[in-house]
Design a protein around this ligand. Structure first.
Ligand code: ZN
Length: 68
């Protein structure tokens, strides 16, 4: 039997399965992948899967600063 290959999730540090069935590798989950993308893209991940809208909206900037 072969041991399942795992990597450490760059986001949360938990072990993530490194296999075709893990679509989010090297992350452990979709959530971690979204968080990581959002961290450098906008500093916000409130709407998972729709990351870019508030980047162009002035209201979005205000909200983000208020939220910190
Ligand atoms: Zn993770």
């Amino acid at each position: 039997m072969t041991k399942p290959r795992t990597v450490r999730c760059p986001q949360c540090g938990k072990e993530a399965l490194w296999a075709p069935e893990n679509r989010w590798r090297p992350f452990c989950s979709e959530r971690c992948k979204q968080i990581d993308l959002g961290a450098w893209a906008a500093g916000s991940y409130t709407i998972a899967g729709q990351p870019s809208d508030e980047e162009t909206a002035a209201d979005g900037v205000d909200f983000r600063e208020h939220n910190r």
